[in-house]
Unconditional design. Structure first.
Length: 341
């Protein structure tokens, strides 16, 4: 090809290939920090390999999930608080895997932006690497897409993809094993996690508070800092219980809240009966409800209301399960039981 003076370049069109290459070099050590058996977490290839046998699986089922962070990203973009949305991204995927009884193995991310800010993107990926370490998954690859005209300026969006594995006899939920009287155990959330943020942002508008205003429900934090608290990852505390056969089901309480998610893990002939007095939700939920004038029904549809993950176990196994969760550092509590539908 011949050089053309005054010809257009990719950089002039708004895409900085050099910035993309710089980002890859910045995040390679982050990926290496997530190495695990079965994956070396090296970046740079066209695809990511995983050795299931090295991870201890002989005849597994593969489970895959994908998710994003939603409009919680708007707060990160508007405030510059980019450090924890990567944890949210991983959490939303690996907690979904966990509801199937699966172990997270490999994570990949997609980062799309109008103009690549290497520092901000590196902070996001650092959060993704932290989430992968918490979940025991290898950050094995991803894609950074600079798309001027599709996204405005420094706006960005995230998507995550996770691959996991579970023994054939360990898949959750075990619907045929569920019975009336089975115990529901709740695991406390760290806040709204990554759901309901379109409503949250409207409530903040109604409150008249700026993002940097002192938080009304969390002292020593700004409102934005409090609302950016990352999603809790439950893998290390729950996966051993699933592998031990103590669980009959699990539900990640995400979009749809406590109304829509528990039935996904329960046989059609049964229904959850919650003891709503069994736990105290974090103050953020009371502030959201009071400030927004949100009904109790809508709160339970939009938010986790302090219960981030729900487990189902037999009455005989409930005490052992609860004790193990508490020992693992979870805020765990009996929150109800299964009844006839």
């Amino acid at each position: 090809m011949t050089e053309r003076p005054n010809g257009l370049t990719y950089a002039a069109a708004g895409v900085d290939i050099d910035a993309g290459a710089e980002l890859v070099e910045r995040i390679k050590p982050l990926a290496r920090s997530t190495r695990r058996s079965g994956a070396d977490a090296q970046l740079g290839g066209f695809g990511a390999l995983f050795d299931l046998k090295a991870a201890g699986y002989d005849d597994p089922l593969i489970v895959s999930t994908t998710d994003g962070v939603g409009t919680k990203l708007k707060i990160a973009i508007e405030t510059g608080l980019h450090d924890t949305v990567g944890i949210d991204l991983v959490a939303m995927c690996v907690n979904d895997l966990l509801a199937q009884g699966a172990e997270p193995l490999v994570f990949l991310d997609y980062f799309a932006t109008g103009r690549l800010d290497v520092d901000a993107a590196a902070r996001v990926v650092a959060g993704i690497a932290e989430g992968c370490r918490q979940a025991g998954a290898a950050l094995a690859g991803g894609e950074t897409a600079e798309m001027p005209g599709m996204y405005a300026g420094g706006d960005y969006d995230l998507a995550g993809f996770c691959l996991g594995a579970v023994r054939r006899d360990g898949v959750l939920p075990r619907l045929k094993a569920q019975r009336v009287g089975d115990v529901l155990i709740g695991l406390g959330s760290s806040g709204p996690h990554s759901n309901g943020y379109s409503l949250i942002r409207r409530i903040v508008e109604r409150s008249g508070l700026a993002w940097d205003a002192p938080c009304p429900f969390q002292p020593q934090a700004s409102l934005a800092e409090a609302l950016m608290t990352p999603t809790r990852i439950y893998v290390r505390s729950v996966l051993p219980l699933a592998k031990a056969g103590l669980l009959k089901g699990g539900a990640h309480i995400t979009g749809g809240g406590l109304t829509e998610n528990p039935p996904r893990a329960i046989a059609n002939t049964l229904a959850p009966r919650f003891d709503w007095s069994a736990w105290t939700a974090a103050p953020v939920f009371d502030w959201l409800q009071q400030t927004g004038g949100v009904s109790e029904t809508e709160m339970r549809r939009a938010f986790n209301c302090g219960l981030g993950f729900m487990l189902i176990t037999s009455p005989e196994d409930a005490s052992q399960t609860l004790a193990a969760l508490l020992e693992a550092g979870e805020d765990a509590f009996v929150c109800g039981q299964l009844v006839a539908a």
